[in-house]
Design a protein around this ligand. Structure first.
Ligand code: HEM
Length: 507
């Protein structure tokens, strides 16, 4: 007989309303934001104690909530890993890419990724790619909305920005978020997200999966095109260098060190085009949605907390005099601590990857004594973890960027065990620094240039006492944390009064 989950011979506690046969299946079928609120409630009930969940036909599972258990899980990748449960559901979208990969294939993709995130590439990102893409896309879209007085979806504007930036950085390719690929990718990842909640997805997809399958076909076509383009560019470059070498002409400057380096190192590491295509697509999807969503929730939080926006602007106005030429050294925590703290606070309350799941490859005992048989699911809900009063105090549910600063105003970062937004251990996020730099850049530039007013259509109701209640925005069903219905706003140009005293980059 298979050994069961237990702690010191005792059964683990179960969430309230767990049903005898269905277990927790019903809550898993609810919209994802309802599921995350359920995890928050469970976290409040169980604190740091590991508890058991079950859904018929799925392997037995536990939810962990303590930093000690999380550290053990993240550092023991070989025994608690991306198992069949995860891979079966995400294979159609992520294939051989790093998000699914384990063993040698993961190591090789990780190595290619590490090579890409060099200081030189991050410099190029901040000093060339971000300003150019922002000027050519974001600023134009916002100016147009100012001129027409029209409502824009800020989430879409930010997704256009991050898609183009990651496309340029990683593939030297113009990728448009509204292209058939962008739309197909969004649709496919929403659908894959639902597979994690519906144990009978393979059955329902037989009847309702046609649009999912056509989205997958478009995503696959496009990711192969990324590889084909890169191969053509490499052959062209090789041919040109042969000619110039033959001429003895050494006047051609070396090409930009940033562009194409990720796809190049993937091509050099893997012979099989499908593996390169999947790997490339995984980097694109890891980088564009997460960043766009984090910026969207951040602007949302700032619109709902004008006092926090005022503080950010005060810091930016004091420290950055030329927003059109932002040096990377300005974006560091020592220079703009409150701005980074505000970004962290948005990431804390609205983590773009809100939910993580791994599977044991052999029997395992967690540090708190919980025994797990092979194939058990280990789940942690980052969304709930980040709202734990045990870590963040009684006001954990509030947006309060000041919690990240000490009494001298210095930023005090938290370890991944208390703030697992970027994962940790050997599979920590490769793009953390890139995301932070982009986040602070976007805040400096956009909070300085624009005023955004959220369009509240349908969100306001009046209670029995005549008081206006404004509903919170919620996330949509997806693998990540897009905002449901986008973030509709009106835009105005801000009259930026730069202080006389130029403190840092006083050009
Ligand atoms: C706010 C932005 C971001 C957040 C919150 C975030 C979060 C995460 C998390 C939680 C993981 C672990 C996923 C898992 O294994 O289940 C991860 C992995 C990863 N992230 Fe990020 N990420 C962000 C931005 C980026 C960017 C900009 C890039 C690159 C362009 C990137 C590249 C990656 C890669 C390649 C992995 C896989 C690492 C591995 O398995 O070894 N991420 N990220």
């Amino acid at each position: 007989k298979e050994p069961k989950i237990h702690r010191n011979g005792e059964k683990l506690k179960r969430p309230p309303n767990t049903l005898p046969v269905l277990g927790n299946a019903i809550v898993f079928l609810r919209p994802r934001h309802v599921l995350f609120d359920w995890f928050v409630k469970c976290q409040q009930i169980f604190g740091r104690e590991t508890f058991e969940i079950s859904v018929p036909s799925l392997p037995p599972g536990v939810v962990i909530n303590s930093p000690e258990n999380l550290e053990f899980v993240l550092k023991n990748e070989s025994i608690i890993t991306k198992g069949d449960f995860f891979k079966q559901r995400s294979w159609d979208l992520f294939g051989y890419g790093i998000i699914n990969a384990t063993g040698d294939s993961w190591r090789a993709q990780r190595k290619a990724g590490v090579k890409f995130f060099t200081a030189a590439n991050l410099d190029a990102l901040i000093e060339h790619v971000m300003p150019t893409v922002y000027q050519d896309t974001t600023r134009k879209q916002l100016l147009e909305a100012v001129r027409d007085g029209s409502v824009i979806d800020l989430q879409k504007v930010l997704l256009d920005l991050t898609t183009t930036v990651v496309g340029h950085m990683a593939y030297d390719m113009e990728i448009d978020a509204s292209s058939p690929f962008g739309k197909a990718f969004d649709h496919a990842s929403d659908h894959v997200g639902l597979r994690f909640q519906n144990p009978l997805y393979w059955l329902t997809e037989m009847f309702t999966g046609a649009s999912f399958r056509s989205s997958l076909a478009e995503v696959r076509r496009f990711s192969m095109q990324i590889v084909t383009n890169a191969r053509k560019r490499r052959s062209r470059a090789a041919f040109e260098s042969l000619i110039t070498e033959g001429d003895g002409d050494t006047s051609t400057p070396p090409s930009d060190p940033c562009f194409g380096s990720l796809i190049d190192s993937l091509i050099e590491s893997f012979a099989e085009p499908q593996v390169v295509a999947d790997a490339a697509l995984n980097f694109l999807s890891a980088g564009r949605d997460t960043t766009a969503q984090s910026f969207t929730w951040m602007f949302y939080a700032l619109m709902r907390h004008p006092e926090a926006l005022k503080e950010v602007r005060k810091e930016v106005d004091e420290k950055v005099s030329n927003i059109e030429d932002i040096d990377i050294s300005l974006l560091q925590p020592a220079t703009l601590p409150l701005t980074l703290a505000t970004y962290y606070e948005a990431l804390r309350l609205y983590p773009p990857i809100p939910f993580e799941l791994k599977q044991t490859s052999q029997p395992v005992t967690l540090p708190d004594g919980t025994f797990l048989p092979a194939n058990a699911l280990v789940v942690w809900c980052i969304y709930a973890f980040n709202r734990a009063v045990e870590i963040y105090g009684d006001d954990a549910h509030l947006f309060r960027p000041g919690r990240w600063l000490d009494e001298d105003g210095k930023l005090v970062p938290r370890s991944f065990l208390e703030f697992p937004v970027f994962n940790g251990g050997p599979r920590s996020c490769l793009g953390k620094k890139m995301a932070e730099l982009m986040g602070v850049w976007v805040m400096v530039r956009m909070c300085s240039e624009w005023d955004f007013d959220e369009v509240m259509d349908g969100l306001v109701r009046v209670d029995d006492n005549g008081k206006e209640i404004v509903r919170e925005r919620v996330s949509a069903n997806s693998l990540t944390l897009p905002m449901e219905g986008g973030l509709p706003c009106r835009v105005r140009m801000r009259d930026r009064k730069v202080p006389q005293e130029r403190k840092v980059n006083g050009h």
